[in-house]
Design a protein around this ligand. Structure first.
Ligand code: GLN
Length: 268
C-alpha cells in the first residue's frame, strides 16, 4: 500500500486530517522516519500497518492504535481502559500549576490515564498528590504513566467510587476532569468516542452528577484557602456558577484556546 492510498482510504470514511494520520501510521507501523514522508509517496506491505489502518477505518481513535498521546510536556500510554487526554484539559493543569501554593498536597479525582496529576507534578516538583479512580485498569495505566514521567514517588493511587465513597485526605486543592456529558448526549457524539470508557464520559441525566457529589463531599477535605479546579463542558458555565452559589463558593471560569468556557476555579 502506498502512502497516498492509505490517506485516500482514511479520507473515504470521513477522517479530516487523512494525510497527517497516514504519515503517522507509516512512521509507527512501517518504520519510516517522519521527514522521509514529506513530498514523496513510499509504499509498505507491513502487516502491522494494514492492521492499524483497518482499525482506524473502523473509527477507532488514532491514540489507542498508536498506544500513546502527548499531553502538556509528557507522553502518556493510553488504552481503551482510559479516556484519551485532550488538549482542553491542559488548561486545568496550567491553572493548577499557577495556583497551587508551595509544597501543596492536592487530589486528582477521576484520574483516568493520570494525566492531570502527573503533568501537574512534573511541572511542580515541590508538590505531592493523591489520585483516585473507580477503575482498577485505569489506575494501572495511571501508575505506569506516573513512572514513565518520573513522578511515581510523589503520587499515591486510590481505587474508589467517588459517588458513594468520598475522598478522605486534606488537600490544598482538588482537581478533577469528571465525566460531565449528559447521559443521553454520549451516544450522539463522534464514532471515535464510542471506543472510550462510557463511565469516563457520562455524568448523569444533566451531566452534573459528579460536580454535585465532589462539591458535597470534597469541601470538607479542603485545607484553609483550598480550592477546586474543574474541567467543565463548553455549555456548563452557568451550571457551575449556580452550583458554586449553592455551596457558597466563588467561581471563576476560564476559557480554552477555542474560546469556550472550559475550566472553573471554585473557592470557599
Ligand atoms: N483525568 C483524566 C483526563 O482528564 C480522565 C478524566 C475522566 O475519566 N473523566 O483525561
Amino acid at each position: 500500500m502506498k502512502l497516498s492510498e492509505c490517506a485516500r482510504a482514511l479520507e473515504s470514511v470521513g477522517i479530516s486530517d487523512a494525510l497527517w494520520e497516514a504519515r503517522l501510521l507509516f512512521t509507527h507501523f512501517a518504520g519510516y522516519a517522519p521527514a522521509t514522508l514529506i513530498g514523496c509517496d513510499p509504499a509498505s506491505d507491513s502487516p502491522a500497518l494494514a492492521d492499524a489502518l483497518a482499525r482506524r477505518l473502523n473509527r477507532e481513535p488514532l491514540q489507542y492504535i498508536l498506544g500513546e498521546v502527548g499531553f502538556c510536556r509528557e507522553t502518556y500510554r493510553v488504552t481503551p481502559d482510559c479516556l484519551i487526554p485532550r488538549p482542553d484539559t491542559e488548561l486545568v493543569v496550567e491553572t493548577a500549576i499557577r495556583l497551587l501554593p508551595p509544597h501543596a498536597h492536592f487530589a486528582d479525582l477521576c484520574t483516568g490515564s493520570g494525566c492531570i496529576a502527573v503533568s501537574t507534578l512534573a511541572a511542580r516538583t515541590d508538590c505531592t498528590s493523591d489520585a483516585y479512580d473507580v477503575s482498577e485498569k485505569a489506575l494501572a495505566l495511571a501508575r505506569e504513566n506516573a513512572e514513565r514521567n518520573g513522578v511515581s514517588d510523589r503520587v499515591s493511587f486510590f481505587l474508589r467510587d467517588l459517588l458513594c465513597d468520598p475522598p478522605t485526605g486534606t488537600y490544598a486543592a482538588i482537581l478533577s476532569n469528571p465525566p460531565y456529558i449528559p447521559d443521553a448526549v454520549v451516544d450522539t457524539l463522534a464514532p471515535e468516542i464510542g471506543y472510550e470508557p462510557r463511565i469516563a464520559l457520562a455524568g448523569g441525566g444533566d451531566g452534573l452528577e459528579f460536580y454535585r457529589s465532589i462539591l458535597r463531599d470534597g469541601r470538607a477535605c479542603l485545607a484553609p484557602g483550598g480550592f477546586f479546579v474543574f474541567e467543565i463542558g463548553y455549555d456548563q458555565k452557568t451550571d457551575i456558577e449556580r452550583l458554586a452559589e449553592e455551596w457558597q463558593m466563588q467561581a471563576e471560569v476560564l476559557f480554552d484556546l477555542g474560546g469556550n468556557p472550559r475550566c472553573a476555579v471554585l473557592k470557599k
